[in-house]
Design a protein around this ligand. Structure first.
Ligand SMILES: Cc1ncc(COP(=O)(O)O)c(C=O)c1O
Length: 443
């Protein structure tokens, strides 16, 4: 196939070791279904839904057609003081999919913007109720909420924070991480733990700040970017109870767990826990066009609308030029229709079990494998680090798999596979066998 010739002088790649990349570039020029074509004409199987985004597989005609039609109909319209029909249609569809009274959608363009938006809603909501003193946020160690200053502050991946010290939000604390080294193998079900993972929140963190000062607690239902760390059974329910007891808002960052990854609409459905805000981004447009958002419970919107200010005054001073972009929203409507018509969420749940079984039966016992976690349509293998070179083993395995035609995701010394929901067993076998061979080669 023909593709553009390119030079690599100008593009600075995000979250990528650029020096290493330039020696061995990995450049995609086309994609269809489960596969990419690279610039050197190879086929690579997409084992990670291209950063957890492409639930329905690549190059879906219904989504592409909806986008082309929308571009020719209404390309863009101001997002402030007016809106567009597609934004209302997408918001209605998303709210209908969300559990409980999560009914009000604030659009943005990415997961990072969703994180910062949700934190700002929390502050504004409390202030509107006369509790402006609630300004402490609590995240969790190794949580990931994007790269904005808010999301970075509540996030807990050390490398993402290390350089930005004084610029982080001041009133933030972090709960302990949820990984139980005594229980390293999690096979398609919620782990049961004897330990009380939230005791520290109740006995140290909340008393330290005083619960009456805490605005919100933000967590990923499953810690995705850190390497698919699954909470112990009952953890999220208990977290909900603690928040309710103290009037603290609970935010689920569902940028990865949202829209089908767990076999359900959201992680909130999988775990049977309704947060006060639910952040989404990946998978909502099948990755084709950026879109993110925060779904808020009615009570948040209602409180913000109950203001003494005259009606010409904006109630929430926040938004983006491209909030609810008509093309992105048309893509979302078409994507969510596709998921529904093809039953792709239940399919993700079923194929998740196949993926989990393949991980445990093929990878357990291989050199340096110290843990395997599978739940929903994602699985992670944890590897012993090379002494003094953390992350190198998983990175080498990622490179090796890529050379052999499989895209997997390194995260520290964890390797994750999270394929599109259209994945077949034969794809899973290819991915897991390629990974197994690579783990052996990198022993
Ligand atoms: C849970 C979570 N929140 C936020 C983000 C940030 O999203 P974005 O990269 O679209 O800003 C991510 C990205 O991986 C994520 O996994």
């Amino acid at each position: 196939m023909a593709y553009n010739d390119f030079r690599m002088d100008s593009h600075w790649l995000p979250f990528t070791p650029n020096r290493s990349f330039r020696k061995e570039p990995r450049v995609f020029v086309a994609a269809d279904g489960m596969h990419f074509t690279t610039h050197d004409g190879r086929q690579v199987i997409d084992g990670i839904s291209s950063l957890w985004c492409v639930g329905a597989g690549h190059n879906r005609k219904t989504i592409n057609d909806a986008i082309k039609k929308q571009v020719d109909t209404l390309d863009y319209a101001t997002a402030f003081n007016a809106s567009n029909d597609q934004a209302f249609l997408a918001a209605e569809k998303i709210a209908a999919m969300a559990p409980g009274d999560l009914n009000k959608v604030l659009f943005c363009n990415s997961g990072s913007e969703a994180a910062d938006t949700s934190l700002k809603v929390a502050l504004a909501y409390h202030r509107s109720r006369g509790e402006g003193h609630r300004n402490v946020f609590i995240g969790r160690e190794r949580g990931y909420h994007g790269v904005g200053f808010g999301g970075m502050s509540v996030g807990g991946i050390p490398a993402n924070r290390k350089v930005y010290g004084t610029a982080l939000l001041p009133r933030v604390d972090h709960m302990r991480f949820i990984h139980d080294p005594a229980n390293p193998y999690i096979h398609n079900e919620e782990p049961v733990s004897q330990e009380d993972w939230l005791a520290e929140l109740e006995t140290r963190i909340l008393p330290l700040h005083d619960p009456s000062n805490v605005a919100a607690i933000i967590v990923e239902p499953v810690a995705g970017s850190a390497g698919w760390y699954v909470p112990p059974k009952g953890y999220l329910k208990r977290l909900r109870e603690i928040c309710d007891k103290h009037g603290i808002l609970l935010i689920f960052d569902e940028v990865i767990t949202g829209f089908g990854r767990m076999g359900t609409n959201f992680g909130a459905d999988f775990y049977g826990v309704v947060p006060d805000m639910l952040n989404f981004a990946k998978c909502v447009t099948n990755g084709v066009i950026p879109l993110g958002g925060v779904i808020c419970r009615d009570k948040l919107y209602d409180a913000m609308m109950k203001t003494e200010a005259p009606e010409h005054v904006i109630e929430f001073f926040h938004g983006y030029t491209y909030s609810g972009h008509p093309v992105a929203c048309a893509a979302a409507v078409a994507t969510l229709d596709t998921y529904q018509k093809e039953g792709l969420f239940p399919r993700a749940g079923e194929m998740g079990k196949v993926l989990g079984d393949a991980f445990h039966s093929t990878l357990k016992g291989l050199p340096n494998v110290i843990g395997i976690r599978s739940l929903g349509l994602a699985a992670a293998v944890e590897l012993a680090s090379i002494p003094r070179l953390p992350g190198k083993r998983a990175y080498d395995i990622f490179i090796d798999c890529f050379k052999r035609g499989a895209l997997v995701r390194p995260a520290g010394d964890v390797v994750v596979i999270a394929p599109p929901y259209i994945v077949e067993k034969s794809h899973i076998d290819t991915l897991v066998n390629t990974l197994a061979d690579s783990i052996r080669r990198n022993a």
